[in-house]
Design a protein around this ligand. Sequence first.
Ligand SMILES: [Zn+2]
Length: 125
Amino acid sequence: MKLFRTKDLIILILGLLLSGFLALIWHFRVLDVGEKVIVSYNGEVEQTFDLHADGEYILVHPEGKNVLTISGGKASVTDADCPDRLCVHQKAISQRGEAIICLPHKLVITIEGGDTSPEIDAITN
Ligand SMILES: [Zn+2]
């Protein structure tokens, strides 16, 4: 008795590959979740915020101001008085290594992980 036709077998294998692939993506997604929002001004780390504590912070510098909004584990610039407003239009960031940059204000907002185990470091470095 033939249990599987070739076509069924291919679908089965593709299904298994797909679920394995999705599990892998999920695995790396979990590892990449950020913990901290780092605000750097003029190349120097200035402030650190908890990515999982919602809040709105006004970052004021001689060049102007940016409003940093942390909400639901994502950070974004919701308002700024820079001429290009590119930072306001960048999408919210939540993963390690993502960044929002405001060139006119010399401001860089990046996401970093929390307590990193050597295992996680080995993957990212
Ligand atoms: Zn800007």
